[in-house]
Ligand binder design. Sequence first.
Ligand code: UDP
Length: 401
Amino acid sequence: MFKIIEYILALFIFLVVNPLVTIYLFLRRLFTGKNIFRKESILLGKDICRVRYFNSDYPILAVQSLYVHVLTGRLSVCGTSLRVKEVNKVASHNGKSGLYSIALLRRISRIDYESYDDMDIEYLANKSFKKDLMILVKAILKLPVIDPDYDKPDKIKLLDIEFLNMRMDEALSRIAEVIDSGRKEIFAFMNPDCFNRLFDDREYFELMKKSNNIFPDGSGVNLACKIIRKQLIHNVNGTDMLPYLCHLAEKKKYRIFLLGAAPGIAEKMKKNLVLKYKGLIISDSEDGYFDRKTETGRVITKINDSHSHILLVAFGVPLQEKWIAEHIDELKINVGIGVGGLFDFYSGNIRRAPKWMREMGIEWMFRLLMEPRRMWKRYIIGNPLFIKRVKNWMKGYNSEN
Ligand code: UDP
């Protein structure tokens, strides 16, 4: 069935869409001198071949030129990744490469944390008509998303705050390096809402400004990077990081303390995590509603007695960042990380957005639907405000530099 849809679609795109795109790119070439095509190597059937992509900043549009290979049967519409830099080991043994793959969708959303082989194995393990259709729909919805080849600096400055621009595995290596060298450092995640909070909270702004360990969280930051013409490497958010952090902690025997959320939530999360990661040591936990004036000493003693390497603090932004900074000297830990609503997700208290929504970069919509009363201001007002602030900041930044 999908084969027939695939063939009709390929014929339509080849005969109708591609001539129109070519005419548009030809006209663009007349005005800007930009080439119509760019050549890249991909796996076609079992051979690596040089093929012509449309030379476009829209990644979904760029692959439209390859529909000709779908007609000849050497590519699928949906399939394993089109590997350009390395041989696609999985596809060369099993499935056909596809114009659209989960690897491509995740790369556009900056959540391609696993290796391309692993993403292809995941695709092949779950391959079905429905899954392929979902990939196709997601690819169509991603058509308006640009992904230009901007500069990828190690650090990106946004609204006067500098964050780390790295892969998820590099972020984890950075955390491991701090622990292994016996240092003590604070890490933070910043999403558009956090950036908005900088404007009303001087203390939080100063803390973030002097931090060397900020990770970019959310598709809004990815969009902001495009506005300032920088390329974000990965969306390094706490919820996606946790499984990798647990693997790391399991392997290296790092002890994790969970501090925050409502009573009982951290214990539930601990139960879930140790069930999944057999060697993981959650050293202890404490809820986030203790009396800050009278009980902070007791909580710090509890953390220190647990001999933990990593302290996850879930009080919400910016309370957690301020609390860690205020008490870091008294805390016998290596790494303190503010993680917001993380415990609520991993305890099962609040449902996380399904993967397809994360792949589409619309996890925020899910959170809005789940908690409209609390979240409407953050997202409906906050997201456009953030983009406006980034644009204004960029104008000022460009005129200063
Ligand atoms: N929280 C807490 N102590 C407080 C206030 C909040 O432990 O005094 C917890 C709250 O129960 C929730 C988390 O902090 O688990 C904040 O979640 P939210 O989703 O608001 O965090 P964000 O990631 O948006 O900062």
